[in-house]
Design a protein around this ligand. Structure first.
Ligand SMILES: [Zn+2]
Ligand SMILES: [Zn+2]
Ligand SMILES: [Zn+2]
Length: 87
């Protein structure tokens, strides 16, 4: 039996567009509208945190990443030294 996929409705939905990922966390891939996987509920306790390299992650996600030795204190996307951006 030959199976032919004529339509794949999921393709557009799942397509990854790195140019339009500003509203999702680069570590957990969750939206900033929602909380990180460590938080049960979205809210002010889990804010997005910008770095000097202009990447943005959930505060918990980047802090958890930076606390790992393997991170070397670098942004996981561009390997620049991570610095919290101050307004
Ligand atoms: Zn996250
Ligand atoms: Zn969180
Ligand atoms: Zn970065």
């Amino acid at each position: 039996m030959k199976v032919t996929i004529t339509e794949w409705h999921g393709a557009a939905y799942w397509r990854w567009n790195t140019d339009e990922d500003d509203d999702i966390c680069g570590i957990c891939r969750h939206s900033f509208e929602a909380a990180c996987p460590d938080c049960q509920l979205p809210g002010d306790n889990c804010p997005p945190l910008w770095g000097e390299c202009s990447h943005v992650y959930h505060m918990h996600c980047i802090h958890k990443w930076i606390s790992q030795e393997a991170s070397k204190g670098q942004c996981p996307l561009d390997r620049q030294p991570w610095e919290d951006k101050r307004a």
